[in-house]
Ligand binder design. Structure first.
Ligand SMILES: Cc1cc2nc3c(=O)[nH]c(=O)nc-3n(C[C@H](O)[C@H](O)[C@H](O)COP(=O)(O)OP(=O)(O)OC[C@H]3O[C@@H](n4cnc5c(N)ncnc54)[C@H](O)[C@@H]3O)c2cc1C
Length: 385
């Protein structure tokens, strides 16, 4: 998120300082494991549609500027059980997506399992499942997109400091609601290396957000440890973005959820799978970063082999990645309860990356003008109280 804000703000001619405690893209936050799913028909809600659609345009702009392909529109399947599911997030996601797609005129079709099996004989979809398909969906090269946006932000004049940790943000004007003119005021950002004055400050610290967002409703934010695991396949050609769409595959409960990511050009030569769990919370400083052998074996037996039996149990790579969730799983993007000079953007709840460059553009506009786009209103914190 931070790289997108820095990129758009610098591109629009603003004076930008970006500060990161590490050197993004890195392994410790929420943006790792190479790729992220993007879908124009966002079943999570119609308020996301402007951001994902704009992001697709902006990925193409970034590609033109950088010469690097960032968006692979390989298409995407959503598979959900026909019967009962205890999974509120994904349980009826084919129907939710279908409704949004129909309202917005986005190409999305329901496919009979028998027809699906004809197209993909090696992939086990049962008659008790529903399949939806969006041809315009795909994968974004998330880590590369961060690197490209930082690089271009620098080229457009942004100053980017890495390996520098923000320790406090002190707004100069304690005003909310625009009752005090803040045009001449500057907030003070203190880091472990210096002190800076900024007209407006955006805090996009992912799973670390509770550290700096002391005034937000802390119990509302929850950080969880998630896994991404790559398994070797014998016929790699059949599992590339050129040949295979991605899968969002729900089951009877969240424990059965798996996302399947085909290999993009230049990606790890294997098929990537991600699971989700919300049983245990953690934080970025104490999260277990290694993935154990028993976790990998359990992952393969439960989520991989029953669905795509030709995938081998040889794990090529495994990664831990952190989600930050609000109680309703929607984003939290809002100015601070203490000052209109500071804006927090995150809890992106496992589905944020697809919207990130357009969110960055909208937040960069806030940084320039001080007014929040009406499209961002659904993400304000008032709804959580
Ligand atoms: C396993 C997994 C799968 C996902 N799948 C998808 C998907 O398929 N599609 C999708 O759209 N989204 C997906 N998401 C969500 C998406 O990846 C996130 O919404 C997005 O990456 C969040 O980015 P962020 O910038 O908020 O956080 P981060 O990438 O964690 O960035 C926060 C940055 O803040 C820096 N920072 C923290 N504290 C400080 C400080 N005090 N001072 C300075 N810098 C600081 C950190 O170093 C870090 O670089 C997934 C997430 C995970 C974990």
């Amino acid at each position: 998120m931070g790289s997108a804000v820095a990129y758009h703000a610098a591109r629009s001619g603003q004076r930008v300082l970006g500060v990161d405690r590490y050197d993004p893209p890195h392994d410790l936050g929420s943006t790792k494991a190479e790729t992220r799913i993007t879908r124009l028909a966002v079943g999570e809600g119609s308020h996301y549609l402007p951001f994902v659609a704009r992001s697709h345009q902006l990925w193409r702009d970034l590609e033109a500027r950088s010469g690097e392909q960032l968006l692979h529109q390989c298409g995407g399947y959503i598979v959900t059980p026909r019967g009962e599911s205890t999974d509120d997030r994904w349980g009826d996601f084919v129907s939710a997506t279908n409704t949004i797609a129909a309202q917005a005129g986005i190409d999305f079709s329901i496919i009979e399992p028998a027809q699906f099996r004809t197209q993909h004989p090696g992939i086990v979809v049962g008659d008790d499942e529903r399949v939806g398909y969006e041809p315009t969906a795909g994968l974004v090269m998330a880590e590369r997109a961060v690197a490209v946006q930082i690089d271009l932000a620098r080229r457009d004049g942004a100053e980017i400091h890495t390996g520098e940790r923000v320790v406090s943000i002190t707004p100069s004007v304690a005003s909310v609601g625009g009752s005090v003119t803040q045009s001449a005021a500057s907030a003070v950002v203190e880091t472990d290396a210096g002190r800076y004055h900024g007209h407006r400050v955006v805090v996009a610290t992912g799973p670390w957000i509770p550290e700096l967002a002391s005034t937000l409703d802390q119990p509302a934010l929850r950080v969880t440890r998630q896994l991404a695991v790559w398994f070797e396949v014998d016929e790699l050609e059949a599992f590339r973005t050129e040949t295979l769409p991605f899968f969002i595959w729900a089951g009877a409960s969240i424990d059965d959820y798996v996302g399947v990511f085909p290999m993009p050009p230049g990606g790890t030569p294997a098929l990537k799978f991600v699971s989700e769990q919300f049983h245990e919370s953690t934080d970025p400083d104490r999260a277990e970063r290694s993935v154990s052998r028993s976790e990998i074996d359990d992952f393969y037996e439960r989520l991989v082999h029953p669905k795509i039996p030709s995938v081998s149990n040889r794990c090529v790579k495994a990664a831990v990645c952190l989600y930050t969730n609000t109680p309703d799983d929607h984003f939290l993007i809002d100015t601070s309860p203490e000052s209109d000079q500071v804006l927090y953007m995150s809890p992106c709840s496992g589905h944020g990356f697809k919207h990130s460059t357009a969110l960055g553009e909208a937040v960069a506009q806030w940084a320039a003008t001080g007014s929040l786009s009406p499209d961002l209103e659904p993400f304000q914190r008032a709804r959580l109280h």
